[in-house]
Each structure stands twice: as C-alpha cells, then as structure tokens.
Design a protein around this ligand. Structure first.
Ligand code: SF4
Ligand code: SF4
Length: 365
C-alpha cells in the first residue's frame, strides 16, 4: 500500500476507534488515542510503535471484517510500523530490506558466509581442527584483534544509525509533548519494556497465535529479552576479566561470564523457537504485510547465534571448537550488520514510544 494511502487508512480506523473506545482497557495505544482528536502522520507513526501486536482489540472488535468499517488495528499498526522502520533507517539502499523480501536475508547471509570463508582461508587446518585448551585457547584459532576490531566497528556503526533514527523518531512523532523527557517517564518506560506489560492484552494475555488469550507469548518474549540482557552481561564481564584483570578465556563453568552466558543462551534458544513457532501458526488476518518475514529472519538470526554460542561452549575442549567458533562469529557479524535493518529496531522505537506515552500520561494525571 502506498504510504499516503496507508496513513489515510490508519487515520480512518483510529477516528472510528476514538468514537467507539470499547478497547480502552487493553493497552497504552487506546489511552494514547483518547488524548487526540486527529491523527496526523506523526501521531500514527508514534501509535504504531506503541502497539505490541497483542491482537486483543482485533478479536474484540464488532467492526472488523465483514463489517463495512473493516477495522483491523493490529494490521494497520503493523504496516505503518514497518514503514516507520524504513523511513528512519539509513542508508536508503539497506533500509529497503524492511520491505524487500530478500535483501535483509541476503545481507545477513553474505556477511556470515564472508566471515566463515575468511576464517577457513586464513586459519591453517592444523590450527582450525586442533584441540586448544588453557588461557587464550580461542585466540589460537582467531586472533584477538581479528575478533575485536570488526566487532567494535560494527557496534559503533549500528549505534550511530540508531542515534540518528532516535532523533528522527522524536522529531516526527507528531504532537510533541510540551513537557521534556523526565527521569520519571524514562523509568516508567523501562519498567514497561522489561515487564512487557503491553503484551498482557488488558490482563488475560495476548490473543496470539489465535483468539484465545494466553500469557505464553509474553513468557517467550521475556525469555528472549532477559536472555539477551544476560548474554550482554556475560560479554561485559568477560571484557572486564580480560582487559582489567588479564584473565584470558575460556573461563570455568562456574565463572560469572559462563553462568550468565549459558543462562542467556538457553533462554534465547527457547524464546526464539517459541516465538517463531507462534508466528508460523498465528492467524494471518490481523498480521501486517511483510511483518512476519521480518520477525522470522530476526528470530532465526538470534536463535542461530545463541545455538552456535552454546555449542562452542559445550565443545570448547574438542577439535570442533575452531570451526564452531568461526561459524558463531560469522553469525554474530550477520546479527550486528542486520541489526539496524531488521526487527531488532523494534526495541529502540517501542522504548521511545513508551517514553513519549508516559510523558503524555504524566501531564494528564
Ligand atoms: S478496535 Fe473496534 S471495538 Fe476496539 S475501539 Fe476500535 S472500533 Fe471499537
Ligand atoms: S493489537 Fe494489542 S497492543 Fe496493538 S492496539 Fe490492539 S490491543 Fe493494543
């Protein structure tokens, strides 16, 4: 659907919802709708990123298809959300991966394959397939700088694009709050993001993958988000161990980096597999065009990174460690490269939308 038509259609549906207000108890979106009379492009962009696709409003709606109003809020919010990802990303060629079915996949596969091929060509078979043990064992296969320099470069590339995107989100969100960002609003938004409160669908849970509400999707999503935070903690602790104390990896199974990394890895494997399964069997009617592909690519990438990481940990004392580590690093590189051009960005925009929501609500109460 062309963007102009998309925003007009979103405006039409939101105006009807604002008159109806039946769904106001379900989520923050409806409470944000109620403080507006019109829905300009910026408002629609903001609301779309506040929607968590719980689908409670779709199954509750008496004006959905075949009614002539044909209300389908999760679908229109999903379509606008994907358009917002593309609009705020940079450069335009890679931003096309949000709507181009194969570009994002090709980009991730290319980077993963490039790292694996380089590893295979540059590391001698003797080093690659030998058993390496003791401090610095991983660096006998891939030298430390060969791991760290590309990782830091990709990290700062992603952060720069996300910062620019955050500025654009804040400028284009429409009806900017009159109060500035406050610690209180940020704290409330962080609380919502960590607890995934908006996936509660008004209390009974998401109507996902089908009409019957359940909390299972929220649980899977929590596994992914908390697992990711645990893995991030593990990487940070490992960096402190190595660069501050001079303790080289691999670390013992009872060390803090391994405990956090293992817990995070297992949680992400369960969470990504569960969410992917739910996505595949979900009702397509309230789904947006292209959103399922973005979700599945993201879940497959994160799940493969977690699985390859856990395998590397489990088999680190064997001759398989070299090839598993190379594959793991290739998948990590693919994840970093595709982070600004895939579903990963929803974390950024949802968090910003929650901050804006709490600024607005704090003004009112
Ligand atoms: S989704 Fe349907 S029932 Fe809910 S507020 Fe909108 S029009 Fe009313
Ligand atoms: S799908 Fe869920 S989160 Fe989105 S508007 Fe409807 S009730 Fe709110």
């Amino acid at each position: 659907m062309p963007e102009l038509v998309l925003f007009q259609e979103a405006n039409r549906q939101l105006v009807i919802c604002n008159a109806c207000r039946y769904c106001e108890g379900y989520c923050a979106v409806f409470r944000a709708i109620e403080v507006r009379r019109t829905f300009a492009e910026g408002d629609v962009l903001y609301l779309s990123n506040l929607c968590h696709d719980c689908r409670a409003c779709y199954y509750a709606c008496m004006y959905s298809d075949p009614h002539e109003f044909a209300i389908n809020i999760p679908q229109i919010m999903s379509d606008v959300r994907v358009a917002s990802y593309k609009r705020w990303s940079w450069p335009a060629f890679f931003a096309r991966s949000f709507t181009d079915r194969w570009l994002g996949i090709a980009l991730a596969l290319f980077v993963a394959a490039l790292v694996v091929v380089l590893g295979t060509v540059l590391v001698s078979p003797t080093q690659m397939f030998a058993s390496h043990r003791g401090p610095g064992a991983f660096y006998h296969v891939i030298p430390y700088l060969a791991m760290v320099i590309p990782a830091i470069t990709l990290f700062f590339y992603g952060v720069t694009i996300w910062l620019a995107a955050s500025v654009r989100f804040w400028r284009e969100q429409g009806n900017a709050p009159t109060r500035p960002m406050s610690i209180r609003a940020v704290t409330q938004a962080v609380g919502d993001a960590l607890s995934l409160r908006n996936l509660a669908g008004g209390g009974a849970g998401c109507s996902y993958p089908e009409e019957k509400p359940s909390s299972v999707r929220r649980v899977y999503h929590s596994f992914v988000s908390w697992g990711f935070l645990a893995a991030l903690t593990s990487t940070t602790l490992a960096a402190i161990y190595q660069d501050l104390f001079g303790w080289l990896p691999p670390y013992s199974l009872s060390s803090a980096p391994v405990i956090f990394g293992s817990a995070g890895g297992v949680a992400m494997i369960i969470g990504t597999a569960g969410l992917a399964w739910y996505k595949i069997k979900s009702d397509p009617a309230p789904g947006g065009a292209g959103a399922a592909r973005l979700d599945l690519v993201f879940l497959a990438t994160l799940g493969s990174v977690s699985l390859s990481g856990m395998l590397t940990l489990a088999l680190r004392g064997t001759p398989a460690m070299g090839s598993l580590l190379t594959i793991h690093l290739g998948l990590v590189a693919a994840m970093f490269v595709s982070a600004p051009y895939g579903k990963f960005v929803h974390f950024l925009y949802r968090s910003l939308a929650l901050v804006k929501y709490h600024i607005e609500q704090n003004q009112l109460h």
